[in-house]
Design a protein around this ligand. Structure first.
Ligand code: FMN
Length: 137
């Protein structure tokens, strides 16, 4: 990814504001995708990443979303919309992928060779997380 003329974090924070009406100007879809990729680097509780991002570019779907957003001008005039979903139901999948990731980091050695710290991290996902994220149904 090549990004030029970027604002510093402080500049970006001072510059940002809520836009209520957008200009009728096309936005580079790739730039929005890059923003979504950066958003996925945000921290999440226990690194569970229980989210999904939907990048909406279809004018018809944007108008449907605008209707569901009380016909707000920001949504009605948006060229693109990113919908962020909380997916608590995906917790088992995320536990599995975090365990698989940890094991790769450990070098796929036999479990008997895991250090105390490594066992603790695995136990966290195998035992503690399932007590926090349980299914209602
Ligand atoms: C959780 C959240 C929900 C918001 N919902 C709306 C909204 O539905 N419509 C809207 O015009 N602005 C919405 N805002 C924007 C706030 O009104 C805005 O951040 C605040 O007035 C300060 O203005 P600024 O963002 O330009 O600094 C929301 C902001 C937050 C954090």
């Amino acid at each position: 990814m090549v990004v030029t003329n970027e604002k510093s974090v402080s500049e970006a924070i001072k510059y940002r504001r809520s836009v209520r009406v957008f200009k009728n100007e096309a936005i580079d879809e790739q730039k929005v995708k890059e923003c979504i990729q950066l958003a996925t680097l945000a921290p999440t509780s226990s690194n569970m990443q229980l989210w999904e991002f939907y990048h909406i570019v279809s004018p018809e779907i944007i108008q449907e979303i605008a209707k569901a957003s009380f016909d707000q001008n920001a949504a009605k005039t948006a060229q693109q919309i990113v919908v962020v979903l909380a997916r608590k139901d995906l917790w088992r999948k995320r536990v599995q992928s975090n365990i698989a990731h940890l094991k790769t980091q450990y070098g796929n050695k036999p479990e008997a060779d895991y250090s105390k710290r490594e066992k603790f991290a695995l136990n966290y996902y195998q035992k503690i997380i399932p007590t926090l994220y349980f299914d209602f149904f």
